[in-house]
Ligand binder design. Structure first.
Ligand SMILES: CC(C)(COP(=O)(O)OP(=O)(O)OC[C@H]1O[C@@H](n2cnc3c(N)ncnc32)[C@H](O)[C@@H]1OP(=O)(O)O)[C@@H](O)C(=O)NCCC(=O)NCCS
Length: 377
């Protein structure tokens, strides 16, 4: 039966899912029916991950077990560390992450995806080891030694410690935890879909996550937060915002960190991240980038009035990571550390009723062309 072609599959449902939902008109995001604002106030990244994976909030015993399992799988094999050491230091960390995650699959048996118990351990390994891989590449590429994880630190404390060799203050670790909750899942986005296509072939979960990492890397998906920080640095001071934005819009260029395919009001994640900025900068001193960002939001509201273009999740996240001393190229890997929760939740969901993705195409080429021997061409 012929169908209309929808470029980018825009508006075409690719799955039935009970994992998350977005109301773009009202600015509402829910994970398993729970508002993301509530999770940010009351939950943790690990508890939210369990919720996404298993569909309900865990009991205390379930959360303790999950948390212990993750803590005990943070280490990476010395051969993975050696592999990361061999990668070029000027490479992009997302490429290093993708290569290391694909390599993980060679060390752990994950081929029988019908084994539910084994799938749990694959998910635990992936969630636990992604931060260790990202931190290892951050250090090894600048010639520093790899710092193994510490079991006495929380998930976020340990990540920041492995990057900087310093145990972070409580507020920075808490702020990162909320950032991870906000990036953990977002319905049928490009990286989730890429992972689902790979998963539909019954490939192992390391290959599934490596596919998702590849899709997340692009500037139209996870890469936008890097560009926001570059833009704010280029603007430099609040008084230079208006002429900068007027020039950009006159040249028909997009303002990075603004606009969204689904949200037609301010992205609820941007509102929460802005609150985190206020809290962090009140305690640790303001950030010049934040002052510029607030002015960008104010002037954009005036210049883009009537277009339903508002700050998205990428607008304020980079400012927070920058304040934590994280290099710009590591913003998207942090996105991956969080989003692996959503990718794996979709993997679990899909395996229950898997069907190989095999869409159709509209062929626009020719038929019945003669084969011309090479000497006659
Ligand atoms: C995310 C994005 C691709 C969504 O695009 P979209 O839903 O297709 O929206 P459109 O491109 O159709 O935009 C509708 C109108 O708003 C304008 N607009 C959208 N995003 C804009 C932005 N970031 N800056 C300035 N104008 C913008 C468009 O120019 C268009 O104006 P027009 O009607 O006069 O032509 C787009 O907003 C964008 O490129 N944003 C910047 C990159 C970014 O932050 N990405 C991360 C997304 S989470």
């Amino acid at each position: 039966m012929p169908h209309d072609f929808m470029p980018g599959l825009a508006g075409v449902p690719a799955a039935r899912s009970a994992i998350s939902d977005v109301d773009g008109q009202r600015g509402i995001l829910e994970y398993r029916g729970i508002r993301v604002e509530d999770l940010c106030k009351k939950s943790s990244f690990l508890e939210t991950t369990w919720l996404l994976l298993f569909g309900r909030l865990p009991s205390k015993a379930e959360l303790d077990r999950f948390s212990n399992d993750l803590t005990h799988h943070r280490r990476i094999k010395y051969r993975i560390v050696d592999l990361i050491k061999c990668l070029p230091e000027q490479g992009h960390p997302m490429d290093a992450l993708q290569a290391a995650v694909a390599a993980l699959g060679m060390f752990y048996p994950g081929r029988n995806v019908k084994d539910v118990e084994n799938n749990y351990w694959s998910a635990v390994r992936l969630i636990a080891k992604l931060p260790t891989i990202v931190a290892a590449y951050a250090r090894l590429r600048r010639g520093d030694d790899h710092i193994p994880p510490r079991d006495d630190l929380s998930f976020c404390e340990n990540f920041l410690y492995m990057v900087s060799d310093q145990v972070p203050d409580r507020l920075s670790a808490q702020t990162l935890d909320v950032c991870l909750i906000l990036h953990a899942e977002h319905t049928m986005n490009a990286s989730t879909f890429a992972g689902m296509v790979t998963a539909s072939t019954l490939a192992d979960p390391y290959t599934v996550v490596a596919s998702s990492i590849g899709a997340l890397k692009g500037p139209l998906h996870g890469g936008a937060n890097e560009e926001v920080v570059e833009m704010l640095k280029e603007i430099g001071t609040p008084e230079r915002v208006r002429p900068y934005l007027e020039r950009k819009l006159k040249d028909k260029q997009k303002i990075m960190g603004f606009g969204h395919r689904v949200y037609k009001v301010k992205d609820p994640r941007a509102t929460i991240l802005q609150g985190l900025c206020e809290r962090l900068f009140k305690e640790c001193g303001t950030s010049p980038l934040y002052e510029v960002a607030v002015e960008v939001e104010r002037i954009s509201a005036e210049l883009l009035a009537g277009k339903s273009v508002h700050p998205n999740v990428d607008f304020y996240s980079g400012i927070l990571y920058d304040k934590m001393g994280i290099e710009v190229e590591f913003f998207t890997p942090i996105f991956a550390i969080a989003r692996v929760a959503g990718w794996l939740a979709h993997w679990f969901e899909q395996l229950r009723e898997n069907k190989l993705y095999r869409p159709d195409q509209i062929y626009e080429g020719e038929h019945n062309r003669p084969y011309v021997p090479i000497e006659n061409r």
